[in-house]
Write a new protein. Structure first.
Lengths: 272, 276
């Protein structure tokens, strides 16, 4: 009786997500172009990948990306949520959220125009923010933050809706300032949500692909190469399925390691 | 300042307004650029259009061959929505209402699935799909969409199904209603908001997805809007008014959906804290 209910979804999931995910881990120990016969090579792919400067730079870029997204959009989301809670001006929420639902390709095209050195804002700024290695990664992150912070704002605002009103009323009677209300009521009350979003941010930050692909494809001169773009090029341009799989395994491990580190720091009270 | 700040006064509202302008500014740039003539855009990249040049949209649609792309994206979204509903509703119902061994493990597994990156399975999946002739096939990609979007749909709809009192179901079953009748008459009406939320979010994710069609569909006849838009840059490197018009056309279906159902989008995504 149970199988007709859970069977179809589970079967499709096993065939398309679970088995290929396990296959990636296996494939990481083989050399394969996708056409010839796979050859077992032990940990060679991992050695090759981990000693490559391209890979190490991509890891560094992913870490920078993670650091940006753990702080800037989270702070913006908290600010927006706290002000929405105070003013009850909920009509702002869909405005902040709208960029979140747009296709990344569309946002990428818009910001490429904005950053364009001789056409958009770039004309006024006199620089090509996407074209020079020192600013490209930050320019993409800036565009991504624009389309991301509204999501966090909505998540945090929805969490504040569960906070009992009398906490704020008591604080008002005690003459608490706006900052004190946020620091001693809102923040501790939504801490589980905040922690959850920080953990998800780490996982998501190591998966970023679309934002890079629709803006710079990893350029200029590898300045915006992330693990996911490196994997894509390795698999579908260079046909090195084993090395690409090794990168895929690393992306997942970095996500896991990030989460582990986060919990470790949170327990020691070093964060938040 | 402290007083007005605390009481949700002027200062807070000004900050909220600034944030709204920040959210709106890039959209204004794109919209105004898409409505300018090429000469107007070149001379005046940031200001309002001198006259509204709607022909950019017609030209973008025709020259960019967006008609086929829209059709493909529409089919992908419709297929994914239908497939997700057909597979996720029964699964969500079972996980909410039928106690069985491994039920909570399965819930945990589906949550885990929502965090798995496509990069972890895309290589073997691509190799298998190309062997079975499922690349360059809309049907093949719909199968992938169903598989990767259904965990979210199952978790979301399960939370609605769990609110239905067991007594209500039992009463219906005792009255001789079949399982399917009980589901249709009692469960579905209660879960309707969850179902609508699932529909709009799965439609949006299917329409917006880029990495999967980029990998699985590389012939022009099957390309969806997102992949097509990604290729336009090289084609029209200087015609920014056409690029912006195509970008806006490509976002229009999800933008319209959001205009009517933004509550469902926000509840479904922000309420769960998952982005899929």
């Amino acid at each position: 009786m149970l199988l007709p209910f859970i069977g179809p979804a589970l079967l499709l999931n096993i065939a398309i997500v679970l088995v290929p995910s396990v296959a990636t881990v296996v494939l990481a120990f083989f050399e394969w172009s996708g056409l010839d016969v796979p050859r077992f090579v032990g940990i060679k792919n991992f050695v090759t990948v981990l000693t490559e400067s391209l890979f190490l730079r991509a890891v560094a870029h992913n870490i920078v990306w993670t650091a940006i997204f753990l702080t800037v959009p989270i702070a913006m989301g908290l600010l927006g949520a706290e002000l929405l809670r105070r003013t009850k001006r909920e009509l702002f929420q869909p405005i902040y959220f709208f960029p979140v639902i747009l296709p990344v390709v569309v946002i990428g095209l818009i910001w490429r125009y904005i950053y364009h050195p001789t056409r958009g804002l770039g004309k006024i700024l006199g620089v090509s923010l996407l074209g020079q290695p020192s600013t490209a990664l930050f320019a993409i992150a800036f565009a991504n933050i624009w389309a991301w912070w509204g999501f966090l704002c909505a998540v945090f605002y929805s969490a504040t809706q569960g906070i009992p009103h009398d906490l704020y009323e008591a604080a008002t009677l005690d003459g608490a300032t706006g900052w004190q209300e946020f620091r001693y009521i809102t923040l501790p009350q939504i801490l589980p949500t905040l922690t959850f979003m920080e953990v998800m941010t780490i996982i998501w930050s190591f998966q970023v692909f679309d934002w890079i692909w629709v803006t710079t494809q990893g350029g200029p001169a590898g300045a915006t190469e992330l693990l996911a773009t490196l994997l894509y090029k390795r698999a579908f341009y260079a046909y090195k399925m084993g090395e690409a799989s090794a990168i895929g395994v690393c992306i997942s491990l970095f996500g896991l390691a990030g989460v582990g580190l986060y919990y470790y720091l949170a327990r020691r009270g070093a964060e938040i | 300042m402290t007083r007005s700040f605390r009481s949700g006064g002027l200062f807070s509202q000004v900050v909220l307004l600034i944030l709204a302008l920040y959210s709106f500014f890039p959209l204004y740039i794109a919209l105004s650029a898409s409505l300018k003539s090429r000469a107007d855009l070149f001379a005046n990249p940031l200001g309002l259009p001198k006259e509204l040049y709607f022909t950019n949209y017609v030209q973008a649609f025709e020259v960019g061959n967006l008609k086929q792309a829209f059709f493909n994206s529409g089919l992908l979204a419709a297929g994914a929505v239908l497939g997700v509903l057909l597979t996720a509703i029964p699964a969500a119902y079972a996980l909410a209402k039928i106690p069985f061994k491994g039920s909570s493990f399965l819930v945990g597994y589906y949550f885990f699935c929502t965090t798995i990156p496509a990069q972890l399975f895309i290589i073997p999946l691509y190799l298998a799909f190309s062997r079975f002739g499922l690349t360059n096939s809309l049907f093949g990609l719909v199968l992938v969409y169903i598989a990767i979007f259904s965990p979210f749909a199952i978790l979301l709809m399960r939370s609605y199904f769990m609110n239905i009192p067991n007594e209500l179901l039992e009463a219906a079953l005792i009255d001789g209603a079949s399982m399917l009748q009980a589901f249709w008459r009692i469960v579905f009406p209660v879960a309707r908001p969850g179902v609508i939320t699932t529909v709009v979010i799965v439609a949006m994710w299917s329409w917006n997805n880029f990495l999967l069609p980029l990998t699985f569909l590389n012939q022009e006849r099957v390309m969806p809007v997102t992949v097509r838009l990604g290729m336009l840059m090289g084609k029209w490197s200087a015609a920014w008014e056409l690029i912006m018009a195509s970008a806006i056309l490509g976002a229009l279906p999800v933008a319209l959906l959001f205009a009517f159902l933004h509550r469902r989008f926000i509840a479904g995504l922000a309420g769960t804290g998952l982005k899929g």
